[in-house]
Design a protein around this ligand. Structure first.
Ligand SMILES: C[S@@+](CC[C@H](N)C(=O)[O-])C[C@H]1O[C@@H](n2cnc3c(N)ncnc32)[C@H](O)[C@@H]1O
Length: 234
């Protein structure tokens, strides 16, 4: 039997509050990521996508020379994890939000991680080519986000993926080939909570596509995309 609405709201409130407290604890973050993270605006430092990618990315990136993260977030945590796990790697990271880029740079200094952070709207200010480009882009459908996410105080750039949630995913897939080295890979995270895999897959037309869920309980899905041998996939 469904719970009465007041009980449901109280349970949801308790879950969100306790979950947010847990995820904004610096001690918990240090334990999960091995990093000292300081944010300026967003108290919650990580989510399920970060949790999945933290373990998965260094392995998925493998033995390459140059990587780029697109949409690195306020503390740049994935780039910091990657730079610390693979110290010989040249790690660059961009975000459209200048405050995030400043704060991520401070976190890199604080953690002794070598990452070059800069402001860019996807690839607008990116030059050169990378062996791997990775991203946990905003992928929340706008109507869902309007109803739920703004309550957590996140700016729209963090979650808003447009009407169906896949606008940024599609732009990434379209624009990345010009910035991938020959044989380069594009790694994108989405969430099965918002999209079935067959809804996302058409965005990657022209790529060789592998996708997997690193863990059964976490809805994060990692897409590993390789350019078609002919070069530009489109
Ligand atoms: C879901 S958050 C992920 C952030 C970070 N990787 C994390 O997990 O904490 C998406 C990030 O992409 C950034 N972003 C959104 N649109 C962007 C764009 N057009 N160009 C670059 N970054 C963008 C947002 O500012 C935000 O930091």
């Amino acid at each position: 039997m469904p719970l009465p609405a007041p009980v449901r709201s109280a349970a949801e409130f308790a879950f969100r509050t306790a979950g947010a407290r847990f995820r904004s604890s610096k001690r918990v973050t240090r334990w999960v990521f091995g990093l000292e993270l300081t944010s300026r605006e967003r108290p919650v430092l990580w989510d399920l996508a970060l949790l999945a990618l933290r373990a998965e990315l260094p392995r998925a990136i493998g033995d390459v020379r140059r990587v780029l993260e697109v949409g690195t977030g306020e503390v740049g945590v994935l780039s910091l994890v990657v730079a610390r796990a693979l110290p010989s790697l040249d790690v660059h990271a961009v975000d459209v939000n200048p405050q995030f880029v400043d704060c991520a740079h401070e976190n890199a200094v604080q953690n002794g991680a070598q990452v070059r952070f800069f402001v860019s709207d996807l690839f607008s200010d990116v030059t050169g080519r990378y062996d791997v480009i990775f991203s946990a882009p905003p992928y929340v459908p706008r109507a869902w986000g309007d109803a739920h996410r703004h309550r957590g105080g996140d700016p729209e750039c963090v979650w808003d993926g447009g009407e169906d949630g896949l606008d940024v995913v599609r732009r990434l897939a379209t624009d990345a080939p010009a910035h991938l080295a020959p044989g380069g890979r594009l790694l994108i995270a989405t969430s099965d909570f918002y999209h079935r895999p067959d809804e996302v897959r058409p965005a990657f037309e022209g790529y060789h596509v592998e996708s997997r869920r690193p863990s059964a309980w976490n809805p994060t899905r990692l897409w590993v995309l390789t350019r078609a041998p002919s070069g530009d996939p489109r």
